[in-house]
Design a protein around this ligand. Structure first.
Ligand SMILES: C[S@@+](CC[C@H](N)C(=O)[O-])C[C@H]1O[C@@H](n2cnc3c(N)ncnc32)[C@H](O)[C@@H]1O
Length: 437
């Protein structure tokens, strides 16, 4: 058994994970979480870096790999194809001595039970090493390789943002910073900054949000002072802006409709812990994550597993003062955090997501009290899911009016506010605040 464990090297595991994402379209986070806990601790960081790096740069790495291996490998050898991408990524982007990167990657063929591939990988990687510039130049002639995005998504972003599409694509390929939200029920931000300093964690206050902190470099959450005790949560500043836009006051009844894993539910409750907050998610497994988060942060929400659009299945007939629809979306504003979005999303998804978003808006709007506020948000950079969606809604509903309690650090659009990837350090996000009058 011990020997079998040793066979789980970082590179072999990364190759298996990447093949699963590329071939079976499983989510990177999901597959990675299952594998990492079975890997020896000293292999985990490398495995994670390889998975994220290769998935982030896959179109570019693949354009090089296709020059090195003219006859594509069989489907069942997707792990070897992925291992070649891991080798190229190490040679191009990691600070590992080239000889070690090469020999360890070639050795991983044996760990994968495919010793026949050692010659092929060795020859391919050495071939690349000898003439990197020529292989790179040919690869980068393809736009999808140059920007490391699928063609359809490049076309869509170009169409929506003709003036800054390149900046968006470039920002999507950056490694994301780690940001925190201080639980204002436990500490002020200034107090928590001191605790970080005492723990030798370098950080600065986020200028865009009242409770946000930016870490100089990412760390394990359990290294954060008081994490277990609910002093702090991990959340990008763009998501933190949502609570302020909801303009939460005491004694309000609040509905959070697409709530898991509960980042915004918890923030809403940290603002006014005595408010009644109903948090819904269609996915019962993800609903448990809200339970874990509220417990850790010592907060209380009423959790319901239901399709929010199907109001007859869950609504008790009492209206709400605030409704948050943090809608399921393409995730095109947070590609830097979830690079597998580039692999998993298909162009037709945008149409079906837009339909789901419209249905959520239509079915939940009648649940808002007169004078109440509905906040619609997405982490998308596409107009169809954002300003177009809200323009259409406003056209259908004369009783709805835009009313934004604070001006968010985002660009004003025809309807709502848009942050694009690369605008500053925060994620891409869209916000629209609609008042029922
Ligand atoms: C963007 S995520 C929400 C993130 C969450 N608001 C937070 O801040 O942590 C979207 C969520 O919507 C859920 N969802 C998708 N369609 C839904 C529906 N019809 N009703 C309720 N939840 C839905 C998904 O399961 C997913 O958890």
């Amino acid at each position: 058994m011990a020997r079998a464990r040793q066979k789980q090297s970082a590179r072999a595991s990364a190759a298996r994970i990447i093949a699963e994402v590329l071939q079976k379209h499983h989510s990177l986070n999901g597959v990675l979480a299952n594998t990492l806990e079975r890997l020896p601790e000293n292999e985990r960081s490398l495995c994670q870096q390889l998975c994220y790096g290769v998935i982030r740069w896959q179109p570019q790495l693949q354009a090089i790999a296709s020059q090195l291996i003219k006859k594509p490998l069989k489907n069942k050898d997707g792990d070897i194809a992925a291992l070649l991408l891991c080798g190229l990524y190490q040679l191009r982007s990691m600070r590992i001595p080239e000889h070690a990167a090469l020999s360890e990657t070639v050795n991983a063929c044996k760990t994968l039970g495919k010793p026949w591939a050692t010659g092929l990988l060795n020859a391919s990687l050495r071939n690349y090493q000898r003439d990197k510039t020529s292989f790179d130049t040919i690869a980068l002639q393809q736009e999808s390789a140059k920007y490391a995005h699928p063609d359809w998504l490049i076309a869509q972003i170009k169409h929506d943002w003709p003036d800054n599409w390149q900046a968006i694509l470039k920002a999507n390929n950056q490694q994301p910073p780690m940001m925190l939200r201080v639980n204002q029920q436990q500490h002020s931000r200034a107090e928590y900054m001191l605790q970080l300093q005492q723990a030798n964690i370098v950080a600065e206050e986020l200028t865009q949000t009242p409770e946000g902190i930016l870490l100089e470099s990412p760390c394990d959450v359990y290294q954060l002072p008081g994490f277990r005790n609910g002093d702090v949560s991990v959340q990008d500043g763009a998501a933190q802006l949502v609570a302020s836009l909801l303009d939460i006051q005491a004694d309000q009844r609040i509905l959070d409709t697409c709530a898991a894993p509960g980042g915004k539910t918890c923030h809403i409750l940290e603002t006014q812990p005595d408010n009644e907050v109903v948090a819904l998610d269609v996915d019962p497994a993800r609903l448990q994550l809200i339970e874990q988060n509220t417990q850790r942060l010592k907060l209380n929400a009423k959790l319901i597993a239901a399709d929010a659009s199907d109001i007859t299945s869950w609504w008790d007939g009492q209206k709400f003062d605030r409704i948050l629809i943090d809608a399921p979306c393409s995730g095109t504003g947070v590609i830097r955090r979830h690079p597998d979005i580039k692999v998993l999303r298909r162009p037709e998804d945008i149409t079906s997501l837009a339909e789901t978003q419209q249905q959520l808006l239509e079915n939940l709007w009648p649940l808002l009290n007169t004078g109440g506020l509905l906040v619609y948000t997405t982490c998308s950079a596409l107009k169809r899911e954002n300003e177009q969606q809200i323009m259409d809604f406003l056209n259908r509903h004369p009783e709805a009016q835009e009313h934004t309690p604070i001006k968010p650090p985002a660009s004003r659009r025809q309807a709502g506010y848009q942050r694009l990837p690369g605008d500053d350090l925060l994620d891409g996000f869209y916000y629209a605040c609609l008042r029922h009058h």
